[in-house]
Design a protein around this ligand. Structure first.
Ligand code: SAM
Length: 442
């Protein structure tokens, strides 16, 4: 089939036959299956989670009023349109049909997100680029955060002579609802090992002068010593006053403009104590001029900045690549349900939930599969909605989530989250799905 690029307001968008035909989805109301609901008395307060057993195209518009601007994180793992008949569903649509369904779907999902919410879309290399362009259009390309690359299998474990290429990597496109959305980044202590210098001065300054509106005390080589020890919050860090530092930083510029040409006057290796410069709260900053004839480079010594958030802690950016091949290989038994059609490991979901949500937030997965997202959300004390249209909603999701709630599921991220059970969920269903529940139980 033919896909073309058109240009809208200087941005490329995808077009395909039938793109703008609005399909009216036949919809019947969602009814509650009270006999399938599950909860246990516990200190966990969230019992109003939802399993929706219906086609998401029909279910989402029905949830729109209740959950408009409410969801903090949407994770979707739609069928990749691989052309295969998988164990639990058929993954074969015309490309135009797949794109139309995704577009309609994403438009509703966007409305459910809170202004500080995120959507994470899991996809493979074949459909990933199409989905990315679609997401740019629906979510706005300015809201694009990143595409994470996930190693999902080791090549040596999937050595198959019939394949020309081993598909080892999958992708997660991440968008914000608005620029207000910020991931929750981990912090680590600022490495102090570079703050390892102390400067001891043995005598009064040789001269005191004023340059660039600052008072400067001058010491000669031999009047002071620079001692290198262990890093500490009181230590100084050595920085060469050279290259871009000379233009981009106030201490660098001060050295360039006032100190670099003073060797003939103050001698090699002069120490300058310059008052009123720096953000380390010390009140002055030491500069040292060139120590050897013909050398031009000097240095300065700065303390740990006091007023910046990086004073003691530095944020760790989200890595762009996660090697989860082992976890993908071992997730088969997670949650006590086997699902051979794209089951994701709990560690992947717990990573996303940690970066993009907090306890109590609403999480939505409208392609729930075996219920991984709901299981992890419950263990991490979030509220959640799972939507699944195939009968494995009854055979996989409901038993898996019951085991999480009654505390008997010890797999996946249970232990990491100190999860012992608690909470509950309701089950909503569309009329024609009702039959599955009695079929599956018989
Ligand atoms: C790749 S699987 C998701 C696997 C899931 N992330 C897990 O860890 O188990 C995709 C799921 O989407 C479901 N699905 C596909 N189209 C759907 C639709 N229109 N409405 C609801 N579910 C749908 C499929 O039945 C399948 O269970």
């Amino acid at each position: 089939m033919l896909t073309l690029f058109a240009v809208l307001e200087h941005r490329a968008i995808l077009t395909w036959p039938g793109r703008d035909i609005k399909k009216l989805w036949p919809s019947s109301p969602l009814t509650e299956l009270q006999d399938q609901a599950y909860s246990v008395a516990s200190s966990e307060s969230y019992h109003n989670n939802l399993v929706v057993l219906a086609d998401n195209q029909q279910a989402l518009p029905l949830l729109r009023n209740r959950f408009h601007n409410t969801i903090k994180l949407i994770y979707i793992d739609p069928p990749y349109n691989s052309g295969q008949t998988l164990a639990n569903y058929t993954d074969k649509k015309r490309q135009s049909e797949w794109l139309s369904a995704m577009k309609a779907h994403l438009e509703v999902l966007r409305d459910l997100l809170r202004s500080d919410g995120f959507i994470c879309c899991h996809i493979d290399d074949a459909m990933g680029p199409y989905l990315k362009v679609l997401l740019d259009e629906v979510m706005g390309h300015q809201q694009y955060l990143a595409t994470l690359s996930i190693r999902v299998r080791y090549p040596q474990k999937t050595l198959r002579q019939d394949l020309e290429v081993h598909r080892e990597i999958e992708y997660i496109h991440i968008y914000k609802k608005t620029p207000k959305a910020r991931p929750y980044l981990e912090c680590q202590p600022v490495l102090l090992d570079k703050f390892c210098y102390t400067i001891n001065v043995h005598c009064p300054p040789r001269r005191s002068i004023s340059l660039g509106n600052r008072t400067i005390e001058i010491y000669h080589q031999g009047d002071y010593e620079i001692i290198k020890g262990h890093g500490s919050p009181q230590g100084l860090k050595e920085i060469w006053a050279s290259g871009t530092i000379l233009d981009s930083n106030s201490s660098g510029r001060f050295y360039r403009d006032y100190l670099s040409g003073r060797v003939s006057e103050d001698g090699l290796g002069a120490l300058y104590r310059v008052y009123g410069i720096g953000d380390d709260g010390i009140g002055f900053r030491y500069f040292v001029g060139p120590r050897r004839p013909k050398a031009t480079k000097g240095k300065y010594f700065q303390g740990l900045p006091t007023n910046s958030p990086t004073n003691r802690k530095a944020q760790i950016p989200i890595p762009g690549f996660f090697d989860l091949a082992g976890a993908f290989g071992n997730c088969r038994h997670e949650g006590g349900v086997e699902f051979r059609s794209g089951k994701k490991p709990e560690i992947l979901l717990s990573t996303l939930l940690r970066y993009f949500s907090q306890p109590g937030d609403w999480i939505l997965d409208s392609y729930a599969g075996s219920g991984t997202t709901g299981a992890v959300a419950q263990k991490m004390r979030r509220r959640w909605i799972m939507i699944e249209r195939e009968p494995h909603g009854f055979t996989h999701i409901l038993p898996r989530l019951r085991a999480v709630i009654d505390g008997s599921d010890l797999t996946g991220v249970t232990v990491d989250n100190h999860w012992n059970g608690g909470g509950g969920f309701q089950v909503l269903c569309q009329e024609h799905h009702r039959g599955h529940s009695s079929e599956d139980e018989s």
